[in-house]
Design a protein around this ligand. Structure first.
Ligand SMILES: [Fe+2]
Ligand SMILES: [Fe+2]
Length: 262
């Protein structure tokens, strides 16, 4: 993993007025109060915001994503792609806005919003339209499985932003992908293309839920920043999204095939 370009400053002394136990028990935290929470909590919040700030704008990467604004099959599709790009960039800016609220706690001088593909899955060029469809249907859907747990998370600026700026739009991105997959599956040739794309993007999507055995995932849950472990979230995705793919006539790959993270 490359070192995150967004880090908690290490020269700000801890000044805890809101304890870990209080946050765990239901005490929410606003931006001014973050200064007075345990360092561990601050680190988790900065990790989440930094991930969005560094990762969302990967849609500007031409080989992976942006070229579909020109290369998608129809004019309508091109404008749908454009709209998703706009919304992902809005997500990156929204994360940066939240980082600026906690300016005195964070270092992000080296942050270039799209220089770094933070997830391994987004480092591969996407040159087939069916792959773009599968990428949107599956990876944006992964995002919604995370975000639905954060609508009422303990860090208030983020919870508000998830409700208004992230979750409703992420659902839309996945819906566009499903629409494209469904359209492809109307012909035998299209369904074969869609199947090949799903075979590639299913394991990458499952990997995006993260490792099953990290200690940190339990701390996110403890602090009410997430609700489920990585594996619980991954299994929920398999049980809901798998049957949706099957209803299009697609075969869902075995959950361990092609995986890089388990
Ligand atoms: Fe996004
Ligand atoms: Fe998205």
């Amino acid at each position: 993993m490359p070192m995150s370009p967004v880090r908690l400053r290490d020269d700000v002394p801890e000044d805890v007025k809101i304890s870990a136990e209080e946050i765990h028990a239901g005490r929410d935290v606003d931006a001014e109060e973050l200064r007075h929470t345990p360092r561990e909590y601050q680190e988790l919040v900065v990790n989440i915001l930094g991930g969005h700030a560094a990762g969302e704008a990967f849609v500007l990467n031409d080989n992976v994503y942006a070229h579909w604004a020109a290369d998608a099959p129809t004019t309508e599709d091109r404008f749908m792609v454009l709209r998703t790009i706009e919304e992902e960039l809005m997500h990156a800016r929204e994360a940066f806005r939240m980082l600026r609220q906690i300016d005195e706690l964070v270092v992000y001088d080296e942050l270039v919003p799209y220089a770094l593909a933070t997830l391994e899955g987004f480092q591969h060029p996407v040159s087939e339209w069916a792959e773009h469809a599968a990428l949107c249907a599956l990876t944006d859907r992964v995002g919604t499985f995370q975000q639905e747990e954060q609508l009422d998370c303990s860090y208030l600026p983020y919870a508000e932003s998830i409700r208004t700026a992230f979750f409703p739009y992420e659902k839309g991105h996945a819906a566009r992908g499903r629409y494209w997959l469904r359209r492809l599956c109307e012909t035998d040739e299209g369904r074969e293309q869609a199947q090949r794309a799903v075979d590639v993007w299913w394991p990458r999507s499952l990997d995006m839920f993260g490792k099953s055995n990290t200690a940190r995932q339990h701390r996110f849950v403890y602090y009410r920043l997430k609700k489920r472990t990585n594996e619980e979230r991954r299994q929920s995705f398999i049980s809901i999204v798998g049957p949706e793919l099957e209803s299009l006539g697609l075969t869902v790959p075995d959950e361990m095939v092609g995986r890089k993270i388990a």
